[in-house]
Design a protein around this ligand. Structure first.
Ligand code: MIG
Length: 825
């Protein structure tokens, strides 16, 4: 889009360069009317700010501070200008003060094209829906900063947070502006949905770097849309503020990004189990009957969700006295059935003061709400009709909001909180009038306190993040012995510290099942791995086959929930007849067997940011052929999942990364020739047996099938595939206690190697404070033929051979001690 369209006035440039200032770990170009500053922030992380005039004092809503400085970073002059050298990345300002970012070996990553420009923006050109007649506020908030950078044509552009479409976003223009798209069917190119994470990775075989546009105002990234080889950055608020991540691999970028913006939360184990939900479960007995439906059929279930139907007239923090007369009794009944309760909360507070609705009274008397320019409380229409909106940008409002959870939810026994409509969403007329059309929030609202005045445009994209933080902190405070769990629809960068998330309002379409893979991969690459989409689809009616396939794929989602809209057909696992119930059972059983692995992966995510679902190119970043595989993925290091995404699909193709891959079900190696390179494989996709491959050297911990995570694992089974060398670290905990210092965690280090032709598995003694319940430990070796000899701790043992699965198993009572297993295969 050219300048004449987006600017309401002729844009201004920076003027002539006046001087180049160098500091110990920073360089700054001072122009007549602007500044460009590059500094080293921490190891592998640089920050570049470009602003008209001086830099505004910037508050950061989404960055953790301070980080340990990078003592290796230095500044020097070379032929190309003044160079800030971070080792793996060089950020240079040329003699004209232009930005250039380079890799360790000369390759140019990003290079400024032309000067940055500034001017008042025309909001209708920025890709957002506006209220009729709404205008940008005066001052900096209405100023758009624009910068163009040259991109390497070989780069794939990954990340960009919650998006529809494929993994590589090159060729798209991506708006960062949280908005409800209710009733708008998502398609591959749908722009600005519920979340705004302006982060991306530029990836080609052998190298990756990343960037985070640290602008919580409305921004747009033109990722080769206007010009295939340019990245355009548009940022309201007048400043381009970029964090750059040196990589050199996608995993390193995600580590750097989450070191800066926060590591993902550690969910309680029940949150990794299966969640059943629907909009329309509107009586306590009905919800209990659904839970009983799982128990009667012996189907695993860990959580049931209460949608807005449980409230009294859609008032957050209330229960309908007729349909849910005894909240505490209801929660107890769910708990007795071995499941948990998650309750929805909408931020729109019914504007109903003086009627005994405490949230409304306190919101107004405490001045906790967003205000119009004239100082009056802002009111918009949502589910409870006319509503007020908390100003989550203020710490005292967050504390008040948190306190609202005490009696109504925490003391009633609710286990987790689901935040919806927090883009935030407000309509222009009451729903009950039938005239309501989605209307975005006004652009200029006031936030309360004088001493902490944030512009609404600055924090709007973080409304859900800030609400999530309020909820998480409240749950941590009100129930300190438990790990909080919050699910949010809207989010910005930083939300991963406190919330899991899902992409709401998808359709019961095969396309949406297929699209969920690149979508969740993108979330993980953007630092927010605990994500899912509604299994079965939200709008419209899932067919039996679609539902079964979606359960099959959902078994690998970090967050697995069956959810659907009011008025759609029944969508519980048994609602489609016996055949689908059997398939759903298989999916659920596989999910529950995977839980020890998922728990370990969640710990890894909390430590390094590593996503649970990983693009093949994330795991094999040097192998060109894996980089464009976007509908298959790895779950952690050991499992490759290639879902069926079409009706009546019998086969599917996948690019196998180098190495030996074994079919999880049969134990047979697939495409054994050409193990040293990536190669295509055609895999059968029979219902109930999704293509699932074990990587060579897998040390995959599985549990047994349980009705819920409330029951301890009784057999820990380590599935092993041969390799010359492999290592793994199993992490376990009690699943409920906060893991503040890792005291309640147990770690088992394991190593696999070859010793004079025999496979040698070494299990170290379990270390750490967590003591699992008594259980069996089984090693299951997936081999071509029965092993000649198996020696456990120096003594010959006989391994049970299952020819159908090519599995040799050895078991012993788990004593937590170190063990050595030698296998002549
Ligand atoms: O305007 O609470 O995405 O999961 O069931 C719709 C009702 C509001 C949107 C959420 C969806 C939820 C629904 N909500």
């Amino acid at each position: 889009m050219d300048d004449t369209e987006v600017f309401a006035e002729p844009p201004r440039g920076p003027g002539a360069l006046r001087e180049l200032i160098t500091e110990e770990r920073a360089v700054e170009a001072v122009f007549e009317a602007a500044r460009t500053r590059a500094e080293s922030v921490a190891e592998g992380i640089a920050r570049v700010r470009i602003a008209e005039g001086g830099f505004a004092p910037s508050r950061s809503w989404d960055v953790l501070q301070p980080l340990p400085p990078d003592h290796g970073a230095s500044v020097r002059q070379d032929a190309g200008g003044t160079v800030l050298d971070l080792g793996g990345m060089r950020v240079a300002l040329s003699g004209e003060g232009r930005l250039r970012v380079e890799g360790r070996r000369a390759g140019v990553w990003l290079e400024q094209v032309g000067p940055p420009v500034w001017g008042r923006a025309r909001p209708e050109t920025l890709g957002i829906r506006l209220r009729q007649g709404d205008a940008l506020p005066p001052g900096r908030d209405g100023v758009l900063a624009r910068l163009q950078l040259a991109l390497d044509p070989a780069d794939r552009l990954w990340g960009f947070g919650q998006r529809t479409g494929g993994l590589d976003r090159r060729g798209r223009r991506l708006t960062n502006w949280t908005s409800d798209s209710f009733g708008v069917h998502h398609h591959r190119g749908s722009d600005n949905l519920y979340q705004a994470q302006p982060v991306f990775l530029a990836v080609q075989a052998g190298r990756a770097f990343g960037a985070f546009l640290h602008v919580s105002h409305l921004s747009r990234l033109d990722a080769g849309y206007t010009n295939p080889d340019r990245l355009g950055i548009d940022a309201l608020g007048g400043e381009i503020d970029l964090f750059l991540f040196a990589g050199p691999t996608p995993a390193a970028v995600v580590e750097q990004l989450t070191r800066l913006t926060g590591r993902p939360l550690l969910p309680p184990h029940w949150a990794l189990g299966f969640h059943q939900s629907r909009w329309g479960y509107d009586r306590a007995e009905q919800v209990l009957a659904v839970v009983d439906g799982f128990r009667d059929r012996d189907l695993p279930l860990d959580a049931v969700h209460l949608d807005i139907d449980y409230m009294r007239g859609f008032r957050s923090f209330t229960w309908d006295p007729v349909r849910f007369p005894d909240p505490r009794g209801f929660c107890t009944a769910v708990h007795e059935r071995g499941a948990r309760v998650v309750a929805i909360i909408d931020p729109g507070i019914k504007d109903d003061p003086g009627s005994g609705y405490r949230a409304a009274d306190e919101a107004l008397t405490g001045a906790h709400v967003l205000r119009n320019a004239d100082g009056s409380p802002f009111r918009g229409y949502v589910w409870p009709d006319r509503a007020l909106f908390p100003d989550f940008a203020r710490a005292e409002v967050r504390a008040w909001w948190g306190e609202m959870h005490r009696e109504s939810l925490v003391e009633a026994g609710v286990d987790g909180v689901w935040n919806d409509m927090n883009e935030p969403t407000a309509f222009d007329a009451p729903f009950s009038s039938g005239q309501a059309r989605d209307r975005p929030f006004p652009l200029a609202l006031r936030h309360g306190a004088e001493d902490e005045r944030a512009s609404h445009l600055e924090v709007r994209n973080l409304y859900g993040t800030l609400e999530g933080r309020a909820t998480f902190e409240a749950l941590a405070r009100l129930r300190p012995e438990r790990r909080p769990w919050v699910l949010t629809r809207s989010a910005g960068v930083g939300s991963q510290r406190t919330c899991a998330t899902w992409m709401g309002d998808n359709d019961s379409w095969w396309e949406h099942l297929a699209m969920s893979v690149p979508q969740l991969l993108s979330m993980g690459l953007s630092g927010s791995p605990h994500a899912g989409v509604d299994i079965g689809g939200f709008f419209e009616n899932a067919g039996a086959e679609l539902f079964a396939r979606w359960m099959e794929l959902g078994a690998f989602y970090p967050f697995m929930r069956d959810h659907t809209a009011q008025g759609t057909r029944a969508q519980e696992p048994w609602a489609f007849g016996a055949e689908v119930e059997t398939l759903a059972r298989r999916a659920l059983e596989l999910r529950y067997r995977l839980l020890p692995y998922l728990v370990t992966l969640a710990h890894e995510a909390a430590a390094t940011g590593a996503p649970l679902m990983r693009a093949l190119g994330y795991a094999f970043p040097d192998v060109e052929a894996t980089l464009d595989e976007e509908d298959a993925f790895l779950l952690g290091p050991w499992l490759l999942v290639a879902p069926a995404t079409r009706p009546r699909q019998r086969w599917r193709a996948v690019t196998l990364p180098p190495g030996a891959w074994r079919d999880f079900w049969s134990g047979r190696e697939v495409v054994p020739e050409r193990r040293d390179e990536a190669r295509p494989a055609l895999l059968p996709t029979p219902p109930g047996r999704p293509p699932l491959l074990l990587r060579q050297g897998a040390l995959l911990p599985l549990g047994d099938v349980r009705r819920s995570t409330a029951t301890p694992v009784s057999e820990l089974r380590l599935v092993v595939t041969p390799a010359t060398a492999s290592r793994y670290r199993l992490v376990e905990d009690d699943g409920l206690s906060p893991d503040a210092d890792g005291a309640g965690t147990a770690v088992t280090e394991m190593a696999l190697d070859r010793d004079e032709g025999a496979l040698r598995l070494e299990l170290q003694a379990r270390a750490g404070g967590f003591l699992p319940a008594p259980r069996t430990f089984t090693v299951e070796l997936r081999l071509d033929r029965p092993p000649d000899r198996v020696v456990l701790d120096g003594a010959d043992v006989s391994a049970a051979w299952d020819g159908e699965r090519h599995a040799a198993s050895v078991s012993w009572p788990d004593d937590g001690a170190g063990h050595e297993l030698l296998v002549s295969d």
